[in-house]
Write a protein that binds this ligand. Structure first.
Ligand SMILES: C[S@@+](CC[C@H](N)C(=O)[O-])C[C@H]1O[C@@H](n2cnc3c(N)ncnc32)[C@H](O)[C@@H]1O
Length: 245
């Protein structure tokens, strides 16, 4: 007997449920709704922003762990997480670099507060800090970090080339940047959604080739990437190295 197409529908996992709801709302293509929803992820604010912060910590758990697995974090690494949101990655990074130092940066005051609350013990122990600021002009001295990651945030950066040059500046020679995304042009089923997001919400959905080009233009070498187009809306991990040492 041929199975009914209904039986072939892939049900979302618990972690995928918020993305599934989000994508369903986006598929209605109501520009005001799309803009507001995406705005909440791009700069979470107020009580809804706090709620989104909790949702993101759960929703982005799998892609966050996948990103950190690639980063080869060493116990003494000084690591910066750009667009740190509610601070889930900071918590995991602090476990991986217990003798190093972990810093989060976000332009949302609501997220800075949540990330600090989540990691209060590490903050008090002097192993972790969170700063408010924009990726295009970061409050850190040159060559401050061994590694920088940016998870699920590149879409929102108005000038990604300048932001990546800024990340290049704060890395030590030989330091590495890791970018990861859950919505990419590489995913076969993300096409319409990407167009809706770009036209209605003014954000940018990249392909792996475009992210690699951006990293190269900002001065990174030894580029490597791994794409998993079938996961969510196209998981992508891209890494580059600042030349030197
Ligand atoms: C979708 S959330 C991802 C948060 C977190 N990395 C995660 O995966 O759960 C994007 C985050 O990037 C931050 N962000 C966006 N644009 C930024 C910018 N130009 N500078 C600093 N932070 C930014 C937002 O405030 C938000 O917290």
């Amino acid at each position: 007997m041929t199975p009914s197409p209904m039986l072939e529908v892939k049900l979302p996992t618990l972690h995928e449920l918020p993305t599934y709801v989000f994508d369903t709302l986006l598929s209605w293509n109501i520009p005001g709704l799309t803009r507001s929803l995406v705005g909440l992820y791009g700069r979470p604010d107020g009580w809804l922003g706090r709620l989104i912060g909790h949702v993101m910590s759960f929703e982005h758990g799998p892609v966050t762990r996948w990103t950190l697995e690639h980063m080869d974090i060493q116990p003494r690494d000084r690591v910066l997480d750009v667009g740190c949101g509610a601070g889930k990655a900071l918590e995991l990074l602090a476990h991986l670099a217990p003798r190093g130092f972990v810093v989060g940066l976000d332009h949302s005051e609501t997220m800075v507060f949540q990330a600090l609350s989540r990691n209060r013990a590490r903050v008090l122990a002097g192993q972790l800090s969170v700063r408010m600021g924009d990726v295009g002009r970061m409050p850190f001295a040159d060559a401050s970090f061994d590694k920088v990651c940016a998870i699920e945030t590149l879409y929102f950066w108005p000038d990604p080339r300048a932001a990546l040059e800024e990340i290049h500046r704060v890395l030590i020679p030989g330091g590495r940047v890791a970018l990861s995304l859950e919505y990419t042009r590489d995913a076969s089923r993300a096409g319409d959604l990407s167009d809706t997001l770009e036209s209605s919400a003014g954000i940018r959905i990249y392909s792996s080739a475009e992210v690699l080009e951006l990293l190269e233009a900002a001065g990174f070498t030894a580029l490597r990437h791994e794409a998993q187009p079938s996961r969510s809306n196209g998981w992508l991990y891209v890494e580059g190295r600042k030349p030197g040492h």
